[in-house]
Design a protein around this ligand. Structure first.
Ligand code: SF4
Ligand code: SF4
Ligand code: FES
Length: 283
């Protein structure tokens, strides 16, 4: 978690404004809560306090606010939301710092590019679908013991280690101007399986995003991953691929793991160009 200094003029309590939504496709609305200050609070502990006493600042009883979290140490990405206007992890968003940034209170909103399930919980399946599309894994022939894998050079390790830190949080996607929101409703009479297929097809046509581009670089630099590099480059150059990136570089500015996304995008861009030329002459 990030280190932090105590807020200079510690308040007795502070306001928390939350953009709520009762379910998918429902209208959203702001709600104000008042939370008693305690030292060393993060946004998750603020939400826990609200859940323990779900009453608004003007005394109205409400349903508890829904949110997602898991690791509580900025490694799973599940708690990502827009805090004081910036997309980040709520487990490492420290109240003292937030009140320094914005003394009149804390503002919480769900991520803007993913369908809202309820309140601050969003459906990030599109993000994982992009990782499936680019084959973000190293293939295996079986699960029997094959002994140690091939050695990797120092240079390869230095390239790959920072990229391995991606936690699929979605910050880079939420900040990207090329990454549009896709919200599909299940049609009347449409089976769950058909709806999932239609969603996957829509996701596959849309921009894969900086995280997936970076994972192509990561897996294509793996000694075993290299064997299926062409498949990843096919996905990278397909509809919704790297050509959609406008190079605005918002992604790298918000990545909590400081992943060199623009370097990955440049590397992937070069690999995609060579791949397209090869495919042209292979025809
Ligand atoms: S550099 Fe590309 S991926 Fe990153 S924010 Fe800009 S358009 Fe999106
Ligand atoms: S690249 Fe960074 S911002 Fe994007 S999903 Fe991975 S950790 Fe999150
Ligand atoms: S709960 Fe895992 S990153 Fe915040």
């Amino acid at each position: 978690m990030a280190d932090h200094a105590p807020h200079s003029a510690t308040p007795e309590s502070f306001e928390v404004r939350i953009l709520r939504q009762d379910g998918p496709g429902q209208p959203s609305y702001w709600e104000r809560h008042r939370v008693n200050y305690e030292p060393d609070m993060n946004v998750i502990s603020v939400l826990q306090k609200i859940a323990a006493r779900p009453v608004t600042a003007d005394g109205k009883k409400v349903t508890p606010v829904a949110w997602d979290c898991n690791c509580l140490e900025e490694v799973c990405g599940a708690c990502t939301m827009v805090v004081n206007g910036r997309v980040r992890q709520s487990c490492s968003a420290i109240v003292d710092r937030l009140l320094e940034e914005q003394p009149d209170g804390i503002e919480l909103q769900p991520m803007t590019k993913f369908p809202v399930i309820r309140d601050l919980m969003v459906d990030r399946s599109r993000l994982f679908r992009a990782l499936t599309k680019i084959q973000g894994w190293v293939g295996v022939d079986g699960y029997y013991d094959l002994g140690p894998g091939p050695k990797q050079s120092q240079a390869a390790q230095e390239l790959r280690y920072p990229l391995s830190e991606c936690m699929s949080c979605g910050c880079c996607l939420d900040a990207c101007p090329q990454y549009g929101k896709i919200e599909l409703e299940q049609r009347e009479g449409e089976s769950e399986a058909d709806f999932e297929r239609r969603k996957s097809a829509a996701y596959d046509r849309s921009f894969i995003g900086a995280h997936a581009i970076s994972q192509v670089v990561y897996f294509n630099a793996d000694p075993i991953g290299k064997m299926t590099a062409a498949n990843r480059l096919d996905a990278l150059t397909a509809e919704g691929g790297i050509q959609v990136c406008g190079n605005a570089q918002n992604c790298v500015a918000v990545c909590p793991k400081s992943i060199p996304l623009t370097t990955s995008i440049a590397r992937a861009g070069r690999a995609a160009t060579i791949h397209r030329i090869k495919r042209f002459f292979d025809r």
